[in-house]
Ligand binder design. Structure first.
Ligand SMILES: Nc1ncnc2c1ncn2[C@@H]1O[C@H](COP(=O)(O)OP(=O)(O)OP(=O)(O)O)[C@@H](O)[C@H]1O
Length: 436
């Protein structure tokens, strides 16, 4: 049994209920962890948050007891990335990364979760090498980092020499050119572009030779005022196993994050994807997919394709909600079922320091109005209730008043990053409250 499983067993014997709820499905990402840096994968953000708060110190102590090493522990969600070894693999054929024409600024849906990243990317595309250099975009799996990076490339490709590669491709080409004794070919390619876009730089971790080469490439381009844009699944300060001088270069420009999209943004993205792929889905199905599926847009795209394909195979003329439910059965986690409007009211009242009854009252006091909008927003995000039911519950005239409240709320989310953080915290609290 590996050490991590042993630790889990120990925690199980201390509290079997919590083990079943939170610890059972944690996996150690063995391929990417080292003896002093453990990457633990949690099935979702809420379990990850809970583990961070309640179990991290304990896991650390138990690990140190077992191994004598005090670990750095990182909790991630989503898929585990493929193995990265310190021995750089030699590959004879290099995969060429290309710009996907569909990844443009126009096809990117903007909402509070990605507004900052979008604006920064657009500004870089409009003034390459001038405003923000480098631009560093980070965020979770399938949230649109590559899309934005490529949008910059597509915007500029007709007038500048744009080079888009993944960090793996950069590394493989570098090794191949060393092997073939043609380093000048590599330098020629990478040091003579106008815009260098590198995706997934977390893969540079632990690859010292590649980092060294990239450091020189970076400096050369930077000194010539050429634009460099990078993406990763985490911010530079969390790119452990990256040499400090490279990390500080990454930190010297603008760092922007992409958060999971809010419900409204998710709905808009699904609409856009359907439109681009010539798929018609009624609004109630779009809402169903958005509320039921997690935020990984790639996964959502897969589900749209699945519903469409199934309807064609089965010769279904009209896709109904029941049909969509059937098609998505295995993929849907009923995460919203147990969250009620009362839970939300209770939480918001505490958070805004007001009485629950004030939230559903007609009061126009600023703090109460803000609390009410917040509760309406969370009710849409976290409960199964229909918009008319939410309107009645909060004493609003009709469903359009709900949309108006959410619009005002989203505006504030876009404009105020502190407020955004507060709401993210509230969201985690709602989930934790229900899982405890
Ligand atoms: N705001 C958005 N508007 C439109 N499409 C989006 C948006 N966000 C993500 N997508 C779509 O979701 C899919 C996944 O996005 P993308 O590949 O850019 O994610 P990523 O963050 O780079 O993920 P990974 O970490 O796995 O590399 C793409 O098809 C992309 O077009």
């Amino acid at each position: 049994m590996n050490i991590f499983e042993k630790i889990k067993n120990q925690l199980k014997s201390e509290n079997p209920v919590n083990y079943n709820k939170f610890l059972k499905n944690l996996i150690l990402d063995e391929d990417n962890s080292t003896s002093s840096h453990l990457i633990i994968k949690a099935p979702n953000i809420f379990i990850a948050t809970y583990i961070k708060r309640k179990y991290l110190p304990k896991i650390s102590v138990l690990y140190e007891k077992e191994t004598g090493i005090k670990p750095n522990i990182e909790i991630i969600t989503g898929k585990i990335k493929p193995k990265i070894t310190n021995i750089e693999p030699i590959q004879t054929t290099t995969q060429i990364s290309v710009l996907i024409p569909e990844y443009t600024f126009e096809s990117f849906i903007v909402g509070p979760s990605n507004q900052f990243a979008y604006t920064a990317a657009k500004s870089v595309a409009e003034n390459p090498g001038k405003n923000y250099n480098p631009l560093f975009i980070y965020g979770g799996v399938g949230l649109g980092k590559t899309h934005l990076l490529q949008a910059i490339g597509n915007y500029l490709k007709n007038r500048l020499n744009v080079l888009y590669v993944t960090s793996e491709q950069f590394m493989n080409e570098f090794i191949e050119n060393i092997r073939m004794k043609t380093p000048e070919r590599f330098h020629e390619k990478y040091r003579n572009c106008d815009v260098l876009l590198i995706d997934d730089v977390q893969f540079f971790a632990g690859k010292e030779q590649t980092q060294e080469e990239f450091f020189h490439t970076f400096n050369e381009l930077y000194n010539q005022k050429k634009q460099i844009c990078l993406t990763a699944d985490r911010p530079p300060k969390k790119l452990y196993d990256l040499v400090d001088r490279l990390r500080s270069r990454f930190e010297a420009g603008l760092i922007v994050d992409i958060q999971p999209p809010e419900l409204e943004t998710k709905i808009e993205i699904i609409r856009k994807k359907c439109e681009l792929n010539g798929i018609y889905l009624p609004d109630e199905i779009i809402e169903y997919i958005a509320t039921k599926l997690d935020s990984n847009i790639r996964e959502i795209e897969g589900m749209i394709t699945k519903i469409n394909a199934m309807s064609k195979i089965l010769g279904v003329n009209e896709i109904t909600l029941d049909f969509a439910k059937q098609a998505l059965k295995e993929h849907i986690k009923d995460k919203k079922e147990n969250i009620t409007l009362e839970d939300i009211i209770e939480l918001i009242a505490k958070e805004f320091n007001i009485k629950p009854s004030e939230i559903t009252s007609k009061s126009r006091n600023r703090n109460i109005v803000q609390a009410r909008r917040c509760a309406i927003y969370l009710a849409r995000e976290f409960t199964q209730e229909s918009t008319p039911k939410i309107a009645t519950y909060f004493g609003l005239k009709d469903h359009s008043a709900v949309s108006h409240a959410i619009k005002s709320f989203n505006k504030k989310l876009k404009e105020d990053s502190n407020f955004r953080m507060k709401i993210e915290e509230l969201k985690s609290k709602i989930q934790l409250k229900k899982s405890e």
